[in-house]
Structures are given as structure tokens and as C-alpha cells.
Design a protein around this ligand. Structure first.
Ligand code: F6R
Length: 606
């Protein structure tokens, strides 16, 4: 959510900033801007719309030459997307880029207006720029410290002062920020992919830390102005993994990366055919003793939690409550010491999930993070961490991250059930073996994309759609439905198949296609009855089920067959056609698949 970058070194700053911003555009893409020290002043260029608009504007104006500057790609929170509201914000003295939200900006603005400041934009960020200007009396660090003491909310800030033409200052609270070092050059960025073209060495800023980037070096201070030392990290993602390669879209690439992501995620956690999560400190003894489990997350990650609930409860016989993080935070959940709260997040920075984690800890529960981004806030603050090794996920619509969240959920459920004695060693080994074979089966599904393309061609003109399923199929339908609506803009809902006739079936006509997921064999006949009910009311029906199962034409207008594994693991297979259907529908509708409207990846505001 908003991407910030900064560069100081020998290269053409404008080129580096634009390149780095292009790697962060998934974080927000309604406007972009850069500010660069040039000829003793700070020059700024900003443009509404995609980064390409900024590039064009720079080209037409002859560009900005210089070696030190900051850049921003925006997801609007305060004020519509426009040139004026785009970052950077500032004046001839100090200019900033900001990711996050300044909660008390109105009070600061009123105060500064009283001192004669005139505001141009509707943003909260401009108040920080003006406050810095107000406090700046020649000492940038003092100005930053005083400003920091007055602002409330979440922020990552990149700051340049006219009087310090070769220095970038960067400050973090809550919103993610890294400072990176190459050969005689330094960078700041909201996320690692931005710097991979130049270096893999970076530092993670923590709340209240200030970075000063100058002469190819980064130094750090705390807010008392004291020097601090930080551990340098080395990115284990390579540039290729953050590039589209030969794929038309990141989403398609990431769907194809799933077999490899699963293998990388599960292999180190299987010992002698059994799941082993000891790497994160989760011993069998701990697992045995949890009284209640909560899974808290947002969006797709929450859907992975729903699958987890079905699996953990079924084989581990322990109650699992799944919550949307933004609800969990404010519903005063009943948490006690023997409870485990699992936070699931690709980015590890989602504001509501992070706050849910903090709330859980305050209430004495144990916390386990299932996170993709190394060193992210959720990973750092949780008691236990299991990383999903999906590599960078760039498409806004999450696919491979969901897949590996499922993979970790399964390993966790198997180990917990085994520890509790509700799953025999033999059965645990069998299920783990089935899990190990999932990458091959996903690979085989990816080879038959024509059926998903066909379904997409049948959906492309629809305005509404229903996904139905029972049990694990219902949990999965929610993800299928979300994927479709977020990138195709077709309204869709997922429904428990048996619940349909309690109201929602009144919506079903020949204009309402229905995708039924029917992989749970003990529920198959019941789901089929529900499919017949919607077909009898004119709906066109598409059924996702095992290849070997015949589905009569009075049930399905079209069947999507997938290979068979244990029913418990079927969501890992059935999700693939649902992802592909969403993808191809979006492509057919001419949408920007990787950057759907109004969305951004990594939601760091609540
Ligand atoms: C949908 C999607 C979102 C995220 C959600 C949580 O495709 O990507 O629903 O799953 O914003 O994000 P993370 O996993 O980063 O916490």
C-alpha cells in the first residue's frame, strides 16, 4: 500500500527511482512522483495514473538530472488521485514521500495554518512535510525528531532537505521500510524487490528508527538521537523471481510457480515422512496442550484459514475459530493463556492482522505467524513463525501465497493431530505422502488450461455469479469467488450449497451461472442435488470434481475434471482451475489483471 523508494549514489537517480518504483507498483498505482536534488534545489515531478504517465511527463519536460532523490507510487487514502495529491510533498526546503496514515493530521494542519502555512493538497502527508519545515532550523535530525513526536499513526517516510544534497533520511513506524547498500550507493524502499537490480544487502528499519543514507553508507539512530547498530540482511529472492519472464502477467506466472512453491515450503519440514515443525519451536508437547485455536487474517489469507479450520477440526478434534482480522480486533475476543492464535499473511504487514497479533499477545495467547515475507512485522512479533516459501508475489491477486498457506496449514494440522493422538503415525505418514505428491498433480492441472479458458468464455458477459460447495469445497469456493470478483469485476458470492434454498436461490435465473465445487466425496450426492436445484431454475452450471467421476448433463453443463488425492487435500488441487477461470475471465474482459482497480497489495492501513 503505497511504495516508497530513495536513491543516493553515482547513477542517474531518476532512472533508478523509476526502475525501483516499477517493482513496487503493485503496492499502489493511482499516481506516482519523484523528487531529486539538482543544481542546488529540489525538483519534483508528479503525475496521476500509472508510472508510465510519470515517465512520459519526465520525458516531455527533459527529465531531472541528479544523484540523490526519493520516489513514490500511491494508493490514495486522503484525497483523490491527482497530480496535486501525488507524493512527494514539500517545499524548497524539505520534501518527503510517505506510506501510511497520519491520524492526527487535521489538528496539525489547523495549527500550521494558524502559523501562516498554506496547504495545496488534501493529503495527510503534506502536514508532515510542513511540520518538518516548521521545525527545521538547520539540524535535520532535530527537525525529524520533533516532527515524529507530534505525529500519530503509521508511517514510513523518505525525506530530503535542500541543504543536504547527498543525504536521504528515512524514518519508520509500522509501515514497512528497508535501507539497502550497494557499491558506493544506498537505497530506501518499501519492499525488497525494488532493490534487487542493484544489491541484495539491506537493513530492516524497526519502529522509531531513523536511517541516514550518505556516501555509500547507512547509519542508524534511535529517536533519542543515539547511534544504533543493526544487522545487515541478505535477500534470498532473486531478480528473476520478481520479473514476469515470458508470462503475460505476474498472476499467470505465479499460478505456474505453485508446484515449486509447495515443494520449497514443505520439503524442509518433513522428516522421515512425518511433518516436523520444530524449526519454529512448536514442539509436540506444545501442540498437544492448546485448548482453542483462532486463525486470524484478511482476504485470501483468511480463506486459507477456513480450509485450515475444517482440516484441524476434522483430524485434530480441537475447536478452531476463523476471524477476519478487522473484526477480531474490535470484538473483544475471549482469549486465554492456553489458546493459540495463528496469523496468516503473505506480506506480514497487513495492519489489521498485525494489530490482531498484538491484541492476542496482550491477552496471553500464544501466537504463530504463517508469513511469506522474511523479517516482516508479523513475523518478527509472533512467538512462533513458519515462513511460506512462495518467493515474491507481485500480482495483487494472491495465488501462490494462498497455496503455500494451505500447505503449511496441512503440515500443522497433521502434526497437531498426531501429537494429540487423533491421527495415527501410519495415517499421518500417508497424508504427508499425499501432500508431497500435490506439486505433481498441480503440474498436471496446469497442462490442461483449455477447459478453464472455455469456462471463462462462458462467464465473460455475466454480471453475477454464484460459487457453491459443502465442507472444504465451501471454504474453497470463497477463495474462488474472491479471485473472480477482484480481477474480473463480476459480482460473485460463494454460498454453502445446502444454505442456498434458505433465501439466495431467489437470485438464480438463466443470467446467474453457478460454479459448484464438488470434490468431497462423502458430500458429493448432496452437492449434486443442490446443483440440480439451480439448474432447474435456469442457471448454467459448471462443476469442478474428480476427473474419474461422471457428472450427468442434467447436473452440469460443463465439468472440470481434476486429479484425485485424499479428499482432505483436494482444495490444493481444486483451487487451480478456480484461479485460472478468474485469470482468463479478467483477460477476456480486457482488465489489468495484475493491478485491478481500487486495490493494492499489502494493506498497511486499517
Ligand atoms: C486477494 C488478496 C488479499 C490479501 C489480503 C491479506 O487476492 O491478495 O485479499 O490476501 O489483503 O494480505 P496479506 O496476506 O498480505 O496479509
Amino acid at each position: 500500500m503505497c511504495g516508497i523508494v530513495g536513491y543516493v549514489g553515482k547513477r542517474d537517480c531518476s532512472e533508478v527511482l523509476l526502475d525501483a518504483l516499477s517493482k513496487l507498483e503493485y503496492r499502489g498505482y493511482d499516481s506516482a512522483g519523484i523528487a531529486i536534488h539538482t543544481d542546488g534545489e529540489i525538483k519534483t515531478c508528479k503525475a496521476k495514473g500509472r508510472l508510465a504517465n510519470l515517465e512520459e511527463k519526465l520525458r516531455l519536460s527533459g527529465g531531472i538530472k541528479g544523484h540523490c532523490g526519493i520516489g513514490h507510487t500511491r494508493w490514495a487514502t486522503h484525497g483523490e488521485p491527482s497530480d496535486i495529491n501525488s507524493h512527494p510533498h514539500g517545499n524548497a526546503t524539505v520534501t518527503i514521500v510517505h506510506n501510511g496514515i497520519i491520524e492526527n493530521y487535521k489538528a496539525i494542519k489547523t495549527r500550521l495554518e494558524g502559523k501562516g502555512y498554506v496547504f495545496q493538497s488534501q493529503t495527510d502527508t503534506e502536514t508532515v512535510a510542513k511540520l518538518l519545515d516548521y521545525y527545521y532550523k538547520g539540524d535535520p535530525i532535530e527537525a525529524i525528531r520533533r516532527t515524529e513526536s507530534k505525529i500519530e499513526g503509521s508511517y514510513a517516510l523518505g525525506i530530503i532537505f535542500k541543504d543536504f544534497p547527498n543525504t536521504i533520511f528515512a524514518l519508520r513506524k509500522d509501515s514497512p521500510l528497508i535501507a539497502a547498500v550497494g557499491e558506493d550507493e544506498c537505497f530506501i524502499a518499501s519492499d525488497v524487490p525494488a532493490i534487487l537490480n542493484y544489491t541484495k544487502n539491506y537493513y530492516l528499519l524497526e519502529a522509531g528508527e531513523l536511517a541516514i543514507l550518505k556516501d555509500g553508507k547507512v547509519s542508524f539512530k534511535n529517536l533519542d538521537g543515539e547511534d544504533i547498530t543493526k544487522e545487515m540482511l541478505v535477500a534470498d529472492w532473486d531478480m528473476e523471481s520478481a520479473m514476469k519472464g515470458n508470462y503475460e502477467h505476474f498472476m499467470l506466472k505465479e499460478i505456474h510457480e505453485q508446484p515449486n512453491s509447495i515443494t520449497t515450503t514443505i520439503t524442509p519440514r518433513i522428516v522421515d515422512g512425518m511433518p516436523n515443525l520444530e524449526e519454529c519451536g512448536m514442539t509436540e508437547e506444545l501442540l498437544r496442550n492448546y485448548k482453542n485455536i483462532f486463525v486470524v487474517a484478511c482476504g485470501t489469507a483468511m480463506h486459507a484459514g477456513l480450509v485450515g479450520k475444517y482440516v484441524i477440526e476434522k483430524i485434530g478434534r480441537i475447536p478452531v475459530t476463523v476471524d477476519v482480522a478487522s473484526e477480531f480486533r474490535y470484538r473483544n475476543p475471549i482469549l486465554t493463556k492456553g489458546d493459540l492464535v495463528i496469523l496468516v499473511s503473505q506480506s506480514g504487514e497487513t495492519a489489521d492482522t498485525l494489530e490482531a497479533l498484538r491484541l492476542s499477545k496482550r491477552n496471553g495467547a500464544s501466537t504463530l505467524a504463517i508469513v511469506n515475507v522474511k523479517g516482516s512485522s508479523i513475523a518478527r512479533e509472533a512467538d512462533f513463525v513458519l515462513y511460506t516459501h512462495a518467493g515474491p508475489e507481485i500480482a495483487v491477486a494472491s495465488t501462490k501465497a494462498y497455496m503455500v498457506q494451505l500447505a503449511v496449514m496441512y503440515l500443522f494440522a497433521f502434526e497437531l493431530a498426531h501429537a494429540k493422538g487423533t491421527l495415527s503415525t501410519e495415517e499421518c505418514k500417508r497424508l504427508t505422502g499425499e501432500l508431497c505428491n500435490i506439486p505433481n498433480l498441480v503440474e498436471s492441472i496446469l497442462k490442461q488450461k483449455d477447459n478453464c479458458q472455455y469456462v471463462a468464455s462462458q462467464l465473460v458477459n455475466s454480471e453475477n455469479l454464484l460459487y457453491i460447495g459443502r465442507g472444504l469445497d465451501y471454504a474453497l469456493s470463497m477463495e474462488g469467488s474472491l479471485k473472480l470478483k477482484e480481477i474480473s469485476y463480476i459480482h460473485s458470492e460463494s454460498y454453502a450449497a445446502g444454505e442456498l434454498k434458505h433465501g439466495t436461490i431467489s437470485l438464480v435465473t438463466e443470467l446467474m451461472p453457478v460454479i459448484a465445487v464438488a470434490t468431497q466425496r462423502e458430500l458429493f450426492d448432496k452437492t449434486v442435488s443442490n446443483v440440480k436445484e439451480v439448474k432447474a431454475r435456469g442457471a448454467k452450471t459448471f462443476v469442478v470434481t474428480h476427473s474419474y467421476i461422471n457428472v450427468d448433463s442434467d447436473v452440469a453443463d460443463y465439468k472440470i475434471g481434476i486429479p484425485t488425492t485424499d479428499d482432505l487435500l483436494m482444495p490444493m488441487l481444486a483451487v487451480v482451475p478456480l484461479q485460472l477461470i478468474a485469470y482468463y475471465t479478467s483477460v477476456l474482459r480486457g482488465n489489468d489483471v495484475d493491478k485491478p482497480r481500487n486495490l493494492a497489495k499489502s494493506v498497511t492501513v486499517e
